[in-house]
Design a protein. Structure first.
Length: 108
């Protein structure tokens, strides 16, 4: 499993839905969505700022997380959805060191 941070903005249509049913449990709906692609919802928060919601999910891989993102975006309820994947910086720097050892600068 991999950890992903998903952020999105609610559309005006979604906000109308909230107004008509303010107690609708969006965390439960989001958990069901994430579980449908083999993942689990670790946190769900409505936030103040450039985005309206932030979720942290464990998913099988990026493709599973992207599938959930596309599914929700296709409903028109969110826009500007973004997925950020948690990475292992130690492994990345190790790979960079290996790559640098085999790189030749232009003109060298």
């Amino acid at each position: 499993m991999a950890k992903f941070y998903m952020m999105a903005k609610y559309t005006p249509e979604a906000l109308k839905g909230f107004m008509s049913k303010p107690t609708d449990d969006r965390k439960a709906a989001s958990a069901k969505l994430v579980e449908s692609v083999g993942g689990s919802l670790l946190s769900f928060d409505i936030v103040r700022g450039d985005y309206d919601l932030v979720m942290v999910v464990d998913a099988i891989d990026f493709n599973a997380a992207a599938g959930a993102k596309i599914a929700v975006q296709s409903t028109g309820m969110v826009s500007d959805a973004v997925i950020l994947e948690a990475v292992d910086m130690t492994e990345i720097v190790s790979n960079a060191g290996t790559a640098l050892g085999s790189y030749t600068k232009p003109g060298a």
